[in-house]
Design a protein around this ligand. Structure first.
Ligand SMILES: *[C@@H]1O[C@H](CO)[C@@H](O)[C@H](O)[C@H]1NC(C)=O
Ligand SMILES: *[C@@H]1O[C@H](CO)[C@@H](O)[C@H](O)[C@H]1NC(C)=O
Ligand SMILES: *[C@@H]1O[C@H](CO)[C@@H](O)[C@H](O)[C@H]1NC(C)=O
Ligand SMILES: *[C@@H]1O[C@H](CO)[C@@H](O)[C@H](O)[C@H]1NC(C)=O
Ligand SMILES: *[C@@H]1O[C@H](CO)[C@@H](O)[C@H](O)[C@H]1NC(C)=O
Ligand SMILES: *[C@@H]1O[C@H](CO)[C@@H](O)[C@H](O)[C@H]1NC(C)=O
Length: 391
């Protein structure tokens, strides 16, 4: 335990030298500097619009303050509908304060992310920006059914011509954005079954995890599916888990965000999963290793080998190993393994997992070994993230 602080310091110094996870804009961070937009910011994260905004270049975000957000919240719309309404507040074009006050012919129609979702008919995904006399600028959804329009309040942040964040006086809305939408029509497990992930789809159902996968579909869902052959080799270990352990393992393979291959490649870092139930619990690290994207748990490293289904909001990737969470399987301690190596075939879930028997699981759930293993890594990663945030 004495070398612990030294190791920690060294590791955190090394990690601080790495570039931050993303060099582009981060809407969550921009708005976090202004507490009066905390509710709007919170909902951008909940609806996954924040990720969409960060992914895009040349964009304008119209934020409303906490008082104005209460109009929207009080309607008690489902999250899916809030996503549609808020996506009207993100323009696929750059409008800094200067451009807003120099609109040729006095008004313009601009496409929003609601339009980009393909859910909007006709012109309902467009916002009309009108430059009025006396420097007043008004915004209204093109089909807003005579509702009062919002006015420009101030510029919050401008990074020409990447992102402009402005404050407007009230929520923009349209009957189409607020229209009740049908529940999820995709059946995650049957879609996967048809595409070569039959065994894992069956585990999702038998472990009782299907509802959690389905409930997360609306907001976007990524599933990492170990291929049928990989799963077959893992089944003896799976059977050794408790019912709760089985369900956590299955949930560990789902991420409540739609992550395209491009996003995964650029979003190196910690990823929460459907099994996450607290800070640095049941998470893993995504890493872009040149051609490949790997998923690293503290126990094993899997590689993405293909895409099984890509039907936004659902994307399913095939992976070459079962993801073993440190919460259920003993992390690789020292290279001095118990001579069991090579016993398992290429399809086995990684050499380090071979000692992960039921006894080890109990030990890692209870013991200080876990504190040392995952506590150290998350402390260092935490430092790294804080460091990146300050850069
Ligand atoms: C954006 O910033 C927030 C808050 O600082 C942070 O939690 C999040 O991980 C960042 N996102 C990216 C993609 O860097
Ligand atoms: C925007 O709205 C104003 C006021 O209703 C209207 O006069 C103008 O024609 C609209 N502009 C566009 C481009 O539709
Ligand atoms: C806009 O984005 C580009 C590419 O991500 C970056 O090089 C540039 O510095 C950004 N501009 C500003 C003002 O942040
Ligand atoms: C999805 O399809 C499977 C197989 O057809 C079925 O067992 C399951 O109940 C369906 N799930 C939902 C949520 O409809
Ligand atoms: C399952 O658990 C038993 C009892 O702890 C153990 O002997 C056995 O090796 C385990 N099997 C696997 C495949 O981990
Ligand atoms: C720790 O182990 C004891 C017995 O060894 C068990 O009763 C208890 O439930 C375990 N606690 C956790 C959090 O797993």
């Amino acid at each position: 335990m004495q070398t612990f602080p030294a190791v920690l310091l060294l590791l955190s110094l090394l990690l601080l030298l790495l570039p931050p996870p993303s060099a582009a804009h981060n809407i969550t961070r921009i708005l976090a500097k202004h507490p009066e937009f905390s509710t709007f910011n919170h909902y951008l994260t909940l609806t996954h619009l924040a990720a969409e905004i960060n992914r895009r270049e040349t964009i304008t975000v119209c934020a409303v303050d906490n008082a104005a957000m209460s109009d929207l919240i009080s309607k008690q719309l489902p999250l899916f509908t809030i996503h549609n309404v808020l996506s009207l507040h993100v323009f696929a074009d750059y409008f800094g304060s200067k451009k807003l006050h120099q609109i040729t012919k006095g008004s313009t129609l601009t496409a929003t992310l609601f339009q980009a979702t393909g859910k909007a008919d006709g012109t309902s995904g467009y916002v009309n920006i009108t430059d009025l006399k006396g420097g007043k600028v008004e915004f209204g959804a093109e089909e807003n059914d005579g509702q009062p329009r919002a006015t420009y309040v101030k510029s919050i942040d401008e990074m020409p011509y990447n992102i402009s964040v402005i404050q407007i006086s009230r929520i923009l809305t349209s009957s189409e954005a607020e229209a009740p939408t049908p529940g999820p029509t995709l059946n995650v497990t049957s879609l996967m079954s048809k595409q070569g992930c039959k065994s894992f789809a069956a585990l999702i159902i038998s472990s009782g995890a299907e509802d959690t996968f389905t409930e997360n579909l609306d907001g976007g869902l990524t599933v990492f599916c170990p291929s049928d052959a990989v799963l077959a080799a893992f089944m003896p270990k799976y059977k050794n888990l408790t019912a709760a352990g089985k369900q956590s393992l299955v949930l560990y393979h789902g991420v409540p965000v739609y992550q395209s291959m491009q996003t995964l490649k650029s979003s190196n870092g910690l990823m929460n999963t459907l099994a996450t139930d607290g800070a640095s619990k049941f998470d893993f690290t995504v890493q872009d290793d040149g051609e490949d994207v790997t998923l690293k748990t503290k126990v094993t490293t899997a590689t993405i080998t293909g895409i099984v289904v890509d039907q936004e909001p659902l994307i399913v990737y095939k992976i070459d190993k079962v993801l073993l969470p440190a919460e259920l399987f003993k992390p690789a301690a020292a290279p001095v393994a118990k001579g069991k190596k090579g016993e398992e075939g290429a399809e086995a879930p990684g050499p380090d997992a071979s000692d992960a028997d039921a006894a080890d699981q109990t030990a890692s759930d209870n013991g200080s070994g876990k504190l040392y293993g995952s506590g150290l890594v998350s402390a260092v990663l935490g430092l790294w993230l804080v460091g990146s945030g300050l850069l």
